[in-house]
Write a protein that binds this ligand. Structure first.
Ligand code: SAM
Length: 287
């Protein structure tokens, strides 16, 4: 009996499980992290090609399923199962991440992988179609949001294949897609702090159909910037320049006319928390 509340939609088409693992271009020296191995349909294929598989599974019944499936085979030594929530526990170092992702954690998982100091070389992840489209959405696209910007800024994303719902048991309500995410490393990785850049995007995408300037003009954002500035001054032994902060106070909202002509195409579906994009936009697959 599968628990769809935790995204248990088991991949039943072996051709797709093969393709997911093939598209990760595994090397025999690779350590792979799999999120949500379930009954192990993808895991057994990874074990054939990699040096080691660390599989993180939330459901103890599933963790014992995959453990039993591999027990007594030559691959038993290569498998380590970690029982727990993939978003909460610290990931061990790994070269590649593969997952038929439980839909509830799509957004925090992508944020977690991309913000790692040493991200994996490549991630091959199955998502609900709309989430995959958000990852690859371009400016002007209604799906373009904070996730799109972050993901494309810090990685190269390729849509690999569409997967119909009939390939899962039980079938979800929506279609899925497999994407490959290759985090930028070394000189290709933008030399900005992840937290600061994401903080900027949270403000930029905070309000639907508002200009960037208007988002920066709200009392809340001005107060936030002032607090951050004061903290920064305290940490860096810099005297607060009261002339700057005084001007910031109370400027508040600007009027609509002022906003016109500054329009930036955006959508704030993914507003002020990391998981917001997951449950929105008709992405429910639970049945
Ligand atoms: N990999 C299997 C397959 O493709 O057939 C199962 C995929 S199923 C979509 C998602 C799996 O992730 C389930 O086994 C579920 O129990 C597990 N899961 C759900 N939430 C999780 C979480 N927060 N951390 C780790 N595993 C989770």
């Amino acid at each position: 009996k599968f628990n769809t509340n935790v995204g248990q939609h088991i991949l039943k088409n072996p051709g797709i499980a093969d393709a997911i693992v093939d598209k990760a271009f595994l090397k025999p020296t690779d350590t792979v992290l799999e999120i949500g191995p379930g009954t192990g349909n993808i895991s057994v294929r990874i074990l054939e090609k990699a040096k080691k598989l660390v599989a993180v599974e939330l459901d103890p019944r599933m963790a014992s399923e995959i453990t039993k499936r591999v027990m007594g085979t030559p691959n038993q030594k290569k498998l380590e199962v970690l029982l727990g929530d993939a978003i909460k526990l610290d990931f061990p170092p790994h070269d590649v991440c593969i997952s038929n992702t439980p839909y509830q954690i799509s957004s925090p998982l992508v944020f977690k992988l991309l913000s790692m100091p040493n991200p994996p070389r490549c991630c091959v992840l199955m998502f609900q179609r709309e989430f995959a489209l958000r990852l690859t959405a371009r400016p002007g696209d209604p799906l373009y949001n904070r996730l799109s910007v972050n993901a494309q800024f810090f990685s190269k994303i390729t849509h690999i294949m569409k997967v119909g719902k009939q390939n899962f048991r039980p079938p979800p309500q929506v279609e899925s897609s497999v994407v490959r995410i290759e985090p930028k490393v070394g000189r290709d990785r933008p030399a900005v702090s992840w937290a600061e850049f994401d903080g900027l995007l949270r403000i930029v995408f905070s309000r639907k159909n508002k200009t960037v300037r208007a988002s920066f003009g709200t009392k809340e954002v001005l107060a936030l910037i002032e607090r951050n500035y004061r903290t920064w001054c305290a940490l860096n032994n810099v005297v607060v320049d009261e002339t700057i902060v005084e001007h910031g106070e109370g400027e508040g909202e600007m009027d609509e006319e002022e906003e016109e002509g500054m329009d930036v195409d955006m959508d704030d579906d993914d507003d002020d928390n990391n998981t917001a994009a997951v449950g929105e936009g008709g992405m429910e697959i639970d049945g």
